[in-house]
Design a binder for this molecule. Structure first.
Ligand code: NAP
Length: 315
């Protein structure tokens, strides 16, 4: 994976860009491109959303075909892949896209990315897949990371466009990998967020101020980050047995998770999160890993791969 800085001082190019979708994110993409001097055409199902973009210099297309045919790079940013596919599948649009670059920036799964890339290949359309790791206000800034995957030459040839949108990261030639990384990073965000929600509820239930919980959490972040990263290193190296660098065993962590579950029950809080943890801890303990490094919890999650309900390893 290679990161390219946004401040590449790219000169505006003559490349004409179309953005399909002027929702919150699509509008931010259009504005960032206009700010870097690109000629931008925008199309949106609800045309009125294009008015503020037209006021900033965007051309508003009357149809998807109109947007595509006047552009070199077409960026898709409607709500999801099926919607995006619906927009580009009419024969006239597909024909207009031939030999042009379509960059899909809706959020999706690796499978959807591969299917869309397959469709594009079939119709001689150049295709890159992308995943936006930012909220609209960060687009066009270095903090507005967008992940891209697909043919490297397409990524490199269009860097001025991607630089205009923010911090652009090439994830690799496997077209599904932008979505893969997006999902892997997002689930860490969700896990942390759910942990914080549960922590806030436990604090409040015990009359402990949530703002003090927040300050302590901030102070603990370096320890948390280190624990998470060392666990990932162990997974990568398949070092699940406890050793000299093990900071905690499955058994020790399970005991503390059970205490949290108990507190949760005493206060009648939602069981969803603590029950989910209990299920995974139990699975790994029953499989004989109580004394293993806590990274061995991964074995329960990965054992369910394939989501085969008949799989006895599925917890
Ligand atoms: N907002 C974020 O912070 C953020 C961050 C990362 C990724 N993303 C991704 O960016 C994409 C767009 O998100 P958003 O926040 O911009 O959502 P949004 O504000 O709800 O906009 C959705 C867009 O999809 C269009 N759309 C929906 N259904 C359609 C249909 N059947 N036919 C044609 N157009 C249709 C909407 O058109 P209308 O205006 O006509 O309804 C609008 O342009 C999503 O995949 C989202 O996951 C967003």
């Amino acid at each position: 994976m290679s990161k390219v800085q946004v401040n590449d001082a790219e000169a505006p190019t003559k490349r004409r860009i179309a953005v399909l979708g002027a929702g919150r994110m699509g509008s931010a993409l259009v504005l960032a491109l206009l700010a870097r001097g690109f000629a931008v055409t925008v199309w949106n199902r609800t045309a009125s959303k294009c008015a503020p973009l037209a006021a900033k210099g965007a051309r508003v297309a009357g149809s998807v075909e109109d947007a595509v045919s006047g552009s070199d790079v077409i960026i898709g940013n409607v709500s999801d892949y099926p919607t995006s596919l619906e927009l580009v599948q009419p024969p006239a649009v597909t024909k207009a896209l031939r030999e042009r670059l379509f960059v899909q920036l809706a959020t999706g799964t690796p499978r959807q990315a591969k299917e869309m890339a397959g469709w594009a290949r079939e119709h001689q359309i150049h295709y890159l897949d992308g995943a936006i790791m930012a909220t609209p206000e960060f687009i066009g800034t270095e903090g507005g990371h967008i992940l891209y995957s697909g043919p490297k030459e397409l990524f490199e040839a269009n860097q001025p466009v991607f630089a205009a949108l923010g911090g652009h990261v090439y994830v690799g030639a496997n077209v599904g990998h932008a979505s893969t990384l997006d999902a892997s990073l997002l689930i860490v965000l969700w896990g942390s967020l759910f942990g914080a929600l549960q922590g806030a509820a436990l604090s409040e239930a015990e009359d402990y101020p949530v703002d003090e919980f927040a300050s302590s959490l901030e102070a603990t972040m370096p320890v948390l980050t280190s624990a998470v990263l060392s666990t990932l290193k162990r997974i990568d190296k398949r070092r699940f047995e406890a050793d000299e660098s093990t900071f905690s065993s499955v058994e020790t962590c399970y005991a503390s998770a059970r205490l949290i579950h108990q507190m949760n029950e005493e206060h009648g809080l939602h069981r969803g999160l603590t029950e989910a943890l209990d299920k995974i801890f139990r699975h790994v303990t029953d499989a004989g890993h109580a004394q293993s490094d806590v990274a061995a919890l991964y074995l329960a999650i990965a054992a369910a791969r394939g989501a085969n309900p008949a799989n006895p390893a599925n917890p």
